[in-house]
Design a protein around this ligand. Structure first.
Ligand code: GAP
Length: 500
């Protein structure tokens, strides 16, 4: 499938995300800024829950992982040392008829996927391998030849008239100094990882960390993506959740396997089904990586990367050591059984886990989006309709419970308010009085609220309420005094953590 063509389901999800306050196009009233998005009231809650889950899964669950919040701007030499100034490029190609610009590697990957979908995976794999080889050798003429040989056409003009392939640096830059126009530009970081590398010793010393240990960070990153599409999948401003795990050289293979498995478990624990997740080893390694694997999720537009796990060796720390002339070494006083002496000084190796908060959000939303046919009413009044709801894991749902008085009289609104006041200290809850109860259920289903609590006549007599479950639509009656524990257990992060 051509990922440029949005599937009906993705279109529905994009429309749903806008209508129900999850994601808006940035500066929409000016027709929007391409590949930049804003999160609405429900979106920000969902995204914050995902970020908090990741943060706690890293820093709270691991005694040897600590956090950091580094600045977006960094001394420009950082990006020389990291290799981004010279090597953070995408190969691009333009169609001469439509003037449309494409990523050359994406065109070839799509062609390979076409072969795979048509039942010829060997041909797809051969094409991917050939592309990987050409890109590694920086043979851009060869990449163009391959595109032509594969008869890849522009989706707009339908022609094969291509320009040469050129490398395009993805970093955004801005003026670094208000007084010195010759000052080098300051970059907007294209990954959060470098803020971790340059703080390696600050963190290690101040938090008295012993190798192996990790530093976790959540923050914005910026890339001038050539091909920006598929909604929030590929954005120019996005958020990363990265963790650099510093290890003794020689142990990186074990840690790579450990984190690879741990990160996959995380995605399954928040509700992404195992059947829609897969590992994909990189054909072309980034300039810093010795080994790399993606965790891919099956979006409506196919399997695509949500997280990368990279074995970065001592590449980054050594580069920073050389350019800054500041030693980036660690003294390991553990005894090497082979020599009977301490391991001593070394530049640690790094295993990195890097997941995009926005891609995780999109995967979660795609998986949660459900349309089911239901039958309502009885006898002649019976009708069949489609119910749309978000089957979000309760731990990440934007709102945990909605409290409804059945009618707007007889003291029911006051009772609903009382329940709201009791629950709001623990959970994000709302009250709603307007419209028939069915409509109110529907509104909460559409944003993924796991529980709707209804105050009715009986509540006023015995202090019990009905709790309606989003997924089954079943209702149970329970005392108000039990609500806190009941909801608390369902929405607790512990539910996710226990599966890790
Ligand atoms: N520090 C390593 C690194 O940045 P990456 O594979 O380039 O590796 C890591 O990016 C993750 O960041 C990706 O798996 C993806 O989830 C997210 N990401 C990268 N580019 C993105 C973009 N343009 N829009 C949204 N998310 C992006």
């Amino acid at each position: 499938m051509n990922p440029g063509i949005e599937t009906t389901q993705l279109k529905d999800i994009v429309a749903h995300a806008k209508e129900y306050g999850f994601v808006f196009q940035s500066s929409e009233i000016y027709d929007g800024l391409a590949a930049v998005y804003d999160y609405g009231p429900n979106g920000v809650e969902l995204k914050n829950n995902l970020k908090r889950l990741w943060w706690e899964a890293m820093t709270q669950l691991h005694g040897n992982v600590v956090g950091l919040d580094a600045a977006i701007f960094m001394e420009p030499r950082t990006w020389v040392a990291s290799g981004h100034v010279a090597g953070f490029n995408d190969p691009m190609i333009d169609n001469l008829d439509s003037k449309k610009r494409y990523r050359a590697d994406v065109l070839l990957e799509e062609k390979a996927a076409e072969y795979e979908n048509a039942g010829d995976p060997a041909r797809g794999a051969a094409l991917t391998a050939e592309m990987g080889r050409l890109l590694t050798e920086n043979d851009l003429a060869g990449v163009k030849e391959l595109i032509i040989r594969e008869n890849i056409k522009c989706a707009v003009s339908g022609t094969c008239k291509w320009t040469d392939v050129r490398q395009f640096n993805l970093m955004f830059s801005t003026q670094g100094s208000a007084v010195d126009s010759d000052a080098p530009p300051v970059y907007l970081r294209p990954e959060t990882a470098q803020g971790i590398f340059v703080n390696f010793l600050n963190v290690q010393k101040s938090a008295r960390m012993k190798i192996p240990f990790g530093i976790a960070q959540i923050g914005k990153a910026f890339r001038n993506e050539i091909v920006a599409r598929q909604f929030i999948f590929r954005m120019r401003e996005f958020e990363q959740m990265e963790m650099q795990f510093f290890v003794r050289p020689g142990t990186e293979g074990e840690w790579y396997d450990t984190w690879k498995a741990a990160r996959r478990r995380f995605h399954e624990a928040i509700g992404l089904p195992a059947s829609k997740l897969r590992f994909h080893d990189h054909d072309k390694l980034a300039h810093y990586a010795k080994a790399a694997v993606d965790i891919e999720f099956e979006f409506p537009f196919g399997f695509k990367e949500i997280e990368g796990i990279h074995s970065r060796s001592d590449f980054d720390l050594t580069q920073h050591q050389e350019l800054s002339r500041k030693k980036q070494q660690y003294f390991d006083n553990d005894v090497d059984p082979a020599t009977g002496k301490p391991y001593g000084n070394y530049v640690p190796y790094v295993v990195e886990t890097s997941v995009g908060a926005d891609r995780l959000f999109l995967a979660t939303l795609c998986e949660a989006f459900q349309e089911e046919t239901i039958t309502e009413g009885e006898g002649e009044a019976q009708q069949t309709k489609t119910r749309t709801f978000l089957k979000l894991h309760p731990a990440v749902a934007p709102i945990k419970a909605a409290i409804f008085p059945l009618v707007r009289k007889d003291g029911m609104p006051e009772k609903a308010q009382e329940i709201f006041d009791a629950l709001r200290f623990d959970f994000r809850v709302v009250t709603e009085e307007r419209d028939a109860i069915g409509k109110r259920y529907t509104r909460q289903d559409l944003i993924g609220t796991p529980f709707c609590i209804v105050v009715d006549g009986q509540t006023l007599e015995d202090d019990t309420v009905t709790v309606r479950h989003r997924d089954s639509r079943e209702q149970t009656r329970m005392p108000i005094s039990e609500l806190r524990t009941y909801i608390g257990e369902a929405v607790s992060f512990r539910r996710v953590f226990e599966k890790l």
